[in-house]
Design a protein around this ligand. Structure first.
Ligand code: THU
Length: 133
């Protein structure tokens, strides 16, 4: 499969966002190690703080479907926004080596490629949890 499949999946997923409050629709598509594509989009709540970003919706879908190795995530939004800090942390834990492709949904040929290591270096991994008192 090619990056264009993954990118198109993120653009398609974006159309299923539930973002009536911000009107900022984001779609994400995650490629698993065995080549499947799992998609998601942001879901907002009338109680604003309960909203969940497209990246986390997608990661949680994939993990609870039994996937735990990921090759790439495409994220589509107006302007090709970078993931928020919370999503960077979750991606660092669950998809540390995945390529991250940021797609401008207004100009889908504009793609920024980066890595979680670049976006969130020195992430907390939980390795120290067992050394707590
Ligand atoms: N949002 C995402 O889904 N992903 C991001 O990377 C940034 C922000 C969502 C959260 C909220 O529903 C809306 O975009 C505005 O912040």
């Amino acid at each position: 499969m090619t990056d264009s499949d993954l990118i198109q999946s993120a653009l398609d997923a974006r159309t299923r966002a539930h973002a009536p409050y911000s009107r900022f629709q984001v779609g994400a598509a995650l490629r698993t190690a065995d080549g499947e594509i799992i998609t998601g989009a942001n879901v907002e709540s009338a109680s604003y703080g309960l909203s969940c970003c497209a990246e986390r919706v997608t990661l949680f879908k994939a993990i609870t479907d039994g996937h735990n190795h990921f090759k790439a995530m495409a994220i589509a939004s107006p302007g090709g926004a970078f993931p928020c800090g919370a999503c960077r942390q979750l991606l660092a834990e669950q998809a540390p080596t995945a390529a991250i492709l940021l797609i401008d949904s207004n100009n889908p040929e504009i793609i920024t490629e980066t890595t979680i290591q670049t976006l969130h270096p020195n992430a907390f991994t939980g390795d120290q949890l067992s050394s707590s008192d």
